[in-house]
Design a protein around this ligand. Structure first.
Ligand SMILES: Nc1ncnc2c1ncn2[C@@H]1O[C@H](COP(=O)(O)OP(=O)(O)O)[C@@H](O)[C@H]1O
Ligand SMILES: [Mg+2]
Length: 487
């Protein structure tokens, strides 16, 4: 027990002062002051608004928004909307159209930026370096994005000596796929992961399928068809889903504390359901140290292979056998949990500045950045996520999507959750864990039930048995510890 950190509690003290954060803000102001910015908005999300706020706070002005769909409300800046020009685009077609730049768009850009002096900002997914002669700041390099591939990344884990679940990699149409799945099954089924040969499938379980029977395997293969060339078949391993963010700078890798991913599962359908990320979690100190070493080695290798700069994450599971990695996200990702403690800090622009090697940011001392970020995040733990209410008889009549903040206390774990509706989903505003290690997955599953999603379970559920492997092989392995304890 001596190695276990104290149970997390809301710490009312203000986080201590960090010069390195002030230095970063100053460098960002120096970089952005007086610039004019075009924003690319595939979807005009809350994050897009936060990015605009950061741009303006750093002394730049918004010259215009290029929107795939509609005209965002409450925006004073000029807007070019593809939809309003009769060009209806799916999200994945947006960038192609920007690259091709139809005449109407070029004309609009030149009207609002005759001198072609504007800087363009996109999302964390934007991979284009320029827009009609204007530089895109913080675009995603192809060789960086390539490592988001869940099949390819196994080579990185092997080279960085980071353990991952037992697995094999096969073409999607391999005749031996079923035999391999049966061989890897440890009793709880296997997880199929798509490669990125046909584009990155996106996070939140979209590139995964949990398979427990021949029929589910066939269904998963059919649903992956045309979307992947190769698949990774991995043993389903029980454990706490987690994600550790880190930042690659010229001076080294700053590794932040592991966060819990509230990744729920639906044993009925085998689907994963991403509900959010929590920085309340405090795994035992030895595991934290091991994860930190894995993430640092991963980052160092990524940097040596690709010159990577900026935020990346290592996702995986803390299991009874220790941490096992499942994917890397070489990009800024949600759930860092920094904003609640320092809402004034331009963290999106900070990540992009590191990507672009902006002086005063990329050369900050990595150890001081690591200490400051950890301090801010741990000083104000938070949960970032939204759940979509289900429908049907189990959905609650009250509270409905009404304005204001609602409070719900989970019946079993007695966790209090404050939430409000954003569109049709229930965004968690605040929650307070009741477990010793701060894990919230099982309580978030209770919240999902309350919202009308009765089948979902958290990481603690170990009730499902697979029929893939030979009969009699199942059910003898250690189970994941209940909420409140980890491996
Ligand atoms: N082999 C596995 N065994 C058990 N759960 C897994 C396995 N692979 C993935 N998962 C679950 O899926 C979640 C998401 O995995 P991840 O690799 O981060 O992909 P993504 O973020 O694209 O959904 C993990 O947090 C974990 O809950
Ligand atoms: Mg992930």
């Amino acid at each position: 027990m001596t190695d276990r950190t104290p149970a997390p509690a809301a710490r009312p003290h203000l986080t201590s002062h960090h010069q390195v954060l002030d230095d970063a803000v100053e460098a960002l102001h120096r970089h952005w002051r007086g610039r004019r910015v075009f924003l690319l908005a595939n979807q005009f999300t809350h994050s897009a608004q936060l990015l605009i706020d950061e741009v303006e706070a750093c002394g730049a002005t918004l010259a215009g928004i290029i929107s795939r769909t509609h005209r965002p409300q409450d925006v004073a800046a000029p807007v070019f909307s593809f939809a309003e020009h009769g060009i209806e685009l799916a999200p994945h077609e947006f960038e192609d159209h920007l690259t091709q730049a139809p005449k109407v768009l070029r004309k609009w850009l030149d009207e609002h930026d005759a001198g072609r002096s504007c800087t363009v900002l996109g999302s964390i997914w934007t991979t284009m370096p320029r827009l009609c002669g204007r530089p895109v700041h913080g675009w995603r390099r192809h060789e960086w994005a390539a490592w988001e591939d869940k099949v390819r990344v196994e080579q990185l884990w092997a080279d960085a000596a980071v353990p991952s679940p037992r697995h094999t990699i096969v073409p999607l149409d391999a005749p031996g796929l079923y035999t391999e799945a049966a061989r890897l099954d440890g009793g709880r089924g296997v997880v199929l992961a798509m490669d990125s040969s046909r584009g990155i499938p996106g996070g939140g379980g979209r590139g995964l399928a949990w398979v427990r029977s021949r029929a589910e395997l066939d269904a998963a293969v059919a649903s992956f068809a045309g979307r992947a060339d190769r698949v990774r078949i991995a043993e389903f391993v029980p454990g706490v889903p987690c994600s550790t963010q880190a930042l690659a700078l010229d001076t080294g890798i700053a590794v932040f504390d592991p966060a819990e991913e509230a990744m729920l599962r639906h044993p009925g359908t085998g689907r994963f359901y991403y509900a959010g990320t929590s920085t309340w979690w405090r795994p035992p100190a030895p595991e934290r140290r091991t994860i930190e070493a894995y993430v640092r080695r991963t980052g160092e290798l990524l940097v040596s292979l690709t010159g990577y700069r900026g935020i990346f994450t290592v996702d995986g599971l803390l299991t009874a056998r220790g941490f096992l990695a499942t994917e890397m996200n070489p990009r800024g990702a949600g759930g860092l949990g920094f904003r609640p403690g320092r809402p004034d800090f331009p963290s999106y622009l900070f990540h992009r500045a590191a990507q672009e090697s902006v002086p005063g940011v990329v050369d900050l001392p990595a150890d001081a950045v690591q200490a400051a970020f950890r301090d801010v995040i741990a000083g104000r733990p938070s949960f970032s996520g939204a759940l979509t209410p289900g429908s049907g008889p189990a959905a609650p009549a009250e509270p409905g999507p009404a304005p204001g903040t609602h409070r719900y206390t989970t019946p079993r774990s007695r966790m209090t959750i404050d939430y409000r509706y954003e569109g049709t989903s229930a965004r968690v505003v605040e929650l307070t864990p009741t477990t010793e290690d701060g894990a919230v997955g099982p309580a978030v599953a209770e919240f999902a039930h309350f919202l009308g999603n009765p089948g979902l379970v958290g990481f603690e559920d170990d009730s499902v048995r697979s029929t893939l492997g030979p009969a009699g092989k199942h059910g003898s392995e250690p189970t994941v510890p209940a909420a409140g304890g980890t491996a």
